[in-house]
Design a binder for this molecule. Sequence first.
Ligand code: HEC
Ligand code: HEC
Length: 443
Amino acid sequence: MLTAPTIPMQSPSTYCARAARGQRCSVVVLAWGLAVLSAGCADGAAFAVVEHERPSASVTDDSGEPTQAAEELSALTRFELPPGFPPPRIPATNPLTDAKIELGRHLFYDTRLSGNGEQSCASCHEQAKAFADGQALPTGSTGEVHHTNSLHLVNAVYQGTLTWANPLLTSLETQIFVPIFGEEPVELGAAPFRIEIIDRLAADAYYQAAFPAAFPERETPLDWDAVAMALASFVRSLISGNSAFDRFVYQGEAQALSASAKRGMDLFFSEEFECHHCHGGFNFTEASVHANTPFEAMRFNNTGLYNIDGEGGYPLTARGLIEFTGAPSDMGRFRAPSLRNVAVTAPYMHDGSVETLGEVIDIYAAGGRVITDGPHAGDGRLNPFKSGFVVGFALNERQRGDLLAFLESLTDEAFLSNPRFANPWSAGEDGATAAETLTRAPQ
Ligand code: HEC
Ligand code: HEC
């Protein structure tokens, strides 16, 4: 259903703790191209809702490429947007269809996609963990350890850029080739097996029917481009928007949030705690874009996790945006992750170096992380490239518990167990490897 959501107005102050106290607060972009502005906050007045007309003509993305129209999206798929979610950008060159989503799901869970048959996408992206993997750093199919934490795949369709810090990677169709063919580090390790893997898939009865059904317009329905298009479609379908927070804010369930979580929400959106500047909006990251995004938001920030040399240094293995731009001030700048389902995606940060949400909160309260010994020792609070929004704040035990309760209210249990996102192969459930799945039929 693609009807315009109603913006909840029952408790405006929950978005801006200071508003209630008559102080200035900032823009919170919620959804559907609606900017919910705190225009009247200075007098303690209610939020003003500024409604931008939804463009009816075809929409384009950043590069001017046309995107799939919302009407077509709802006609072609069972894809349903949760209340409060804006229409996403989907490239017109790969319109979303149920046939592609379902094919992509089979590929996502298929270990035949890795060179040695040891791994599938799901090895590092597990549904019960919101498609993260519970490890600090994942190990690829040939035993190489990755330099960054496996990102959860939650509402990735809304990510303006993909991965932790690459500003150039904007297309899922392109990004998906990184884990498949990438050699530094090896993930699925498919590069030496390009032809063999396509032959493996072509020998499977399910794929023999599913590729032509998903790509009726393609002369060669089964090739690597089609694999990437189907996988991208499955990843786009991983939409999470039914947490207790959503039920409270978007679905009018006044009892959905505990009193503690409500207090935590006030802290999260307050100007003392500053979280919402980087983790704001319907997707809890300012790095999100959608079909009607009025402006491109701030995307990469340094949160003061390291300061190895006293000059802002981050470990050489993962230094953030600087690796792509070469600009010294981009040291340690990473994309703010969406905080949806964050309670199940531990450990945290780009290198999985923070184990619990409580520790994350303590680091922000201190205004950065202090590491006292070892090769990474340094005072992150003094990192010269740290964002001006990470300045620290006083935090008592009750507030810490409230903020935790709020972050936990972002867990969407239905998403974590939705059978439409689960492993469709009977073999996968008992951990079978490619050799076995090769001979088994899908359920
Ligand atoms: C060995 C573990 C591993 C495997 C296998 C793997 N991934 Fe990932 N995935 C990661 C890591 C680590 C990142 C973060 C990469 C970075 O920041 O450079 C990531 C990032 C992503 C992202 C970007 C998400 C975002 O929010 O920007 C997508 C999409 C993704 N993976 C999809 C897939 C798909 C599809 C497959 C199978 C073809 C796959 N991954 C296989 C570990 C893995
Ligand atoms: C200046 C922008 C900014 C502010 C303000 C900010 N964050 Fe973050 N947050 C980030 C970035 C960037 C990362 C990733 C940093 C990294 O990995 O090096 C992050 C990571 C996180 C993570 C880990 C998520 C994951 O999946 O690993 C949590 C949890 C989090 N922030 C919560 C908060 C809370 C709570 C607040 C307010 C107290 C807050 N953030 C304030 C930018 C910000």
